[in-house]
Design a protein around this ligand. Sequence first.
Ligand code: F6P
Length: 287
Amino acid sequence: MRLGVLTSGGDAPGMNAAIRAAVRQADALGIEAWGIHHGFRGIVGGDRAADGLRKAGIEALVVIGGDGSFRGAEALWVEQGIRCGGIPGTIDNDLPGTDRTLGFDTALNTAVEAIDRIRDTASSHDRIFLVEVMGRSSGMLAVHTAIACGAEFVLYPEAEDDTFEELIRQLKLSAERGKGSSIVVVAEGDQLGSAVGLGERLRRDYGLDLRVAVLGHIQRGGSPTALDRIWGSRWGAEAVKRLAKGEEAFYLGVHAGDLVALPLATVRERPSPPPKDLAALLAVLAR
Ligand code: F6P
């Protein structure tokens, strides 16, 4: 049997551990593993993807990526009969059916470490900082970062009732409580706009002396945490074992601490929003 392994979409820390495990597990089962460069583009251009795979003798694929990658994998299975096993790899932690995705823990720790440093200078100068973290349509990274770094407020896409007025109210409340500095974590996809845009508005309309930091792609790089390495290894090996047994279209995840496998079609469901209790907890911790 010959197996293809590819990553697709945004890179995430821990993907290398998953590739390593997939290749070594394949080797242990006497399966030939082929690495495919450049994601789906690497399987011979456009709609000839399945032909390219068949010509190379590849019977099944391990696809490491996020929702877009899994939709591509699902299409390959449904339209072309190529068996696909997915490993959830995205720092956004926004895939339905799994409590975490590969890279989320590392990105979270990177963001927290960066904001700890920002907090030092913010306290030193009694300043407000708006810190933008990644997450185009998901507030998972923003809410978890805000709790972990003791932010005063968080703005994220799923919090539909967040308003500019509420942000102002929270900043005033912080000042009244005697806090010299405040950290507001902003998810890049927040409906109120980017941290840069919000910062300009706060300076212009409220005369606030604030600073803006956009963490950007530093969240996608760096050395993966032990948790991401371990889950990458477990998922990489498990995907190969399941494909070797003939399983057809699934992706892996973790639920309540256990490894789970979900039908690929699950990717079309709505991802879970950040837990409501975390947002509520932030309001208490920020007092
Ligand atoms: O999906 C992962 C992610 O890092 C998002 O958080 C972010 O919005 C997006 O990718 C950025 O993509 P790009 O690297 O293409 O700008």
